[in-house]
Ligand binder design. Sequence first.
Ligand code: GLU
Length: 310
Amino acid sequence: MTIVRSPNCSNSIVGRFAPSPTGPLHFGSLVAAVGSFVLARQAGGRWLLRMEDLDQPRVVPGAADSILRLLEDMGLEWDGEIVWQSQRTERYAEVLEQLRSNGHLFDCGCTRKEILASAPHPGEEGPVYPGLCRQGLPPGRPPRATRLRVDGAETLCFTDGLFGPRKQHLETAVGDFVLLRADGVFSYQLAVVVDDIDAGVNQVVRGADLLGSTPRQIYLYACLGAPPPTYLHLPMAIRADGRKISKRDTESTGHGTQHGERLCQLLRFLGQAPPEELRSALPGDVVNWAIENFDLSRVPAESRVPDDSF
Ligand code: GLU
């Protein structure tokens, strides 16, 4: 596919928010929504919206609608059409074939149990795939997943907009990773990269829980011959008891809270100091204040969720 960009917008910023409709937006997702929106708009850029609804069994009916309603109510207006990952499986299959014909992929017949049994040490995100099927499936063994080989990858270095220089050696930290799962679902890593390339996204702002996925994604960009976006990962939301907030934590931010006040709460979490009077302001006014005043140098790498948000 050839991407044609008009010369006068070749430098413009394209950011995005990519929620998974697996439940209501939790505090960390709202932080990503506000942060990515404000940083795109502050740069005079576009802000796109994508529903990551690829993993259909995990999709909760009604969740996408409530996410959209909440974004609208908070004054976070997106540009263009919403992209639904569930409608793009043909495109992911096409890119998978491109990677296969360039020798980047192999079929893997291993079960999770087998990988666990032969993985000498756990990696950053579970067992490191030890390359068992890299030279071909054992005779008679049917393929289960499709993996991207990383044995030729150099140590990947990138500079995160908040966390600074980062590096990861993919082979020892994660191993050959899955692009097509045993249940036939395309992996998050593949879909996110293909979608961001196709949409022209050049500024990724999201939660620090995805910092560890970024080297895999940058490697995929390289395999596809596309330039990666800039990355900025926002602080993890830590509960008052010190636990990270996970998707399992149900969202309760703002039952009875005004949207303007909720926005102020999110901005304070990001180290900003919205004036007191904005607490009772309309969301649009808070959003405009944030676009004018958001100061990246004030954003902490870790931040506690205000007690009243859970
Ligand atoms: N869908 C992912 C999530 O909700 C975010 C993906 C991304 O921003 O790259 O955690």
